[in-house]
Design a protein around this ligand. Structure first.
Ligand code: ADP
Length: 338
């Protein structure tokens, strides 16, 4: 199966003040069919430019773009229209038509595509059912909460049965609880329909919750990409580290001042998969005769995969033996202070 989306040396510049400014430097990217692919970056990094290149809302300045194996770099108007039926999109501010009801908004792309009226009605009913809005079909956008508006956006994006869904900061205008429920819906749609999802965000937590792989954009360049478990737990680039560093007692390779006085060898232990819940710490402590001083920690999930990350000081005993025992048990050990 060809990649769902393939960019080869795609780049984009804008004319500004009489000169060309690069929003995206030439980049290569492959997004596989059926995956949830996240693109993270700070404001101005080039995320919207990148996502809008995929459905050709932006014209690439150069390079080659393929969608499901088809070269879509130079499509005519009809070709573009057909491409956009295969690629749905949802937006941060929903972009709903305020004069149309919920059902009317979802029906809109079908009407544009010339779908027969009876079919429109049954498709819209099915879509509203899928996003949990069947009871709100007759309401207007102004009568809905933010989360409900985004569900309308999702139903509308799915109306033409696309293979790809682009999400442009789709949860950035929502509170945390609503964000979680919209992400859960997107995850379910990905599972049930096998839809490829590409989302851009500035929040690592969105990536952690639903993405399989992630690419990090920094000032128009792709600086890091890989499975979320890799990139999230072992970030390499300084920009990625900043996104990940969150509330740990360790930031960007250093230790916070209040931890520096702690005695012992300070290590970061990363557990991944079901072993996260194994009673390993006690076993290693007894085996190596070390004591632990837990400095920070987090146990959570990356999509469905449990992980744990602990920063501990190994005090007394045989710290080398403890480290070896962790590695043998499949735990990643990074020494933060020998
Ligand atoms: P992000 O989505 O990560 O915030 P954008 O893709 O919107 O980043 O922007 C990347 C860069 O391109 C920014 O420096 C922005 O100012 C510039 N840019 C985006 N759109 C245009 C445009 N239409 N004209 C000129 N410059 C633009």
């Amino acid at each position: 199966m060809p990649p769902s989306i393939q960019l080869q040396q795609v780049h984009k510049s804008y004319a500004a003040g009489g000169r060309q400014v690069a929003a995206l430097h030439p980049l290569d990217l492959e997004i596989q069919a059926g995956e949830v692919f996240g693109i993270i970056g700070h404001s101005g990094a080039g995320k919207s430019t990148l996502i809008r290149l995929i459905n050709r809302l932006e014209e690439p300045s150069g390079g080659r773009l393929r969608v499901e194996g088809q070269d879509v770099t130079a499509l005519d108007r009809d070709g573009l229209r057909a491409l956009r039926r295969r690629i749905g999109m949802i937006f941060q501010h929903f972009n709903l038509l305020s004069s149309r009801t919920v059902a009317g908004n979802v029906a809109f792309p079908l009407e544009l595509a010339g779908t027969p009226r009876a079919e429109v009605a049954s498709r819209v009913a099915g879509l509203l059912e899928r996003v949990g809005l069947a009871e709100h079909a007759g309401k207007y956008p102004a009568q809905l909460s933010g989360g409900q508006k985004q569900r309308v956006g999702i139903a509308r994006a799915l109306a033409t049965e696309p293979k790809i869904l682009l999400c442009d900061e789709a949860t950035s205008a929502l509170d945390p609880q609503t964000t979680a429920s919209v992400l859960e819906l997107l995850s379910r749609i990905n599972r049930e329909l096998g839809l490829t999802i590409v989302l851009i965000t500035h929040e690592m937590d969105v990536i952690r919750r639903i993405c399989d792989r992630v690419a990090v954009l920094d000032a128009g360049r792709l600086v890091e990409a890989g499975p979320v478990t890799e990139v999230f737990l072992h970030p390499q680039h300084p920009t990625t580290r900043r996104f990940v560093s969150e509330a740990e007692h360790v930031d960007e390779g250093g230790l916070h001042a209040d931890v520096r006085a702690v005695e012992g060898r300070i290590v970061r232990l990363t557990f991944l998969g079901p072993d996260t819940y194994a009673p390993l710490l006690g076993r290693v402590a007894r085996h190596a005769g070390v004591d632990y001083n837990i400095l920070s920690g987090r146990i959570d999930r990356i999509r469905e995969t449990p992980y744990g990350q602990l920063v501990v000081a190994l005090v007394g005993g045989d710290a080398d033996a403890a480290q070896r025992a962790f590695v043998e048990a499949g735990v990643t050990v990074e020494v933060l202070r020998p």
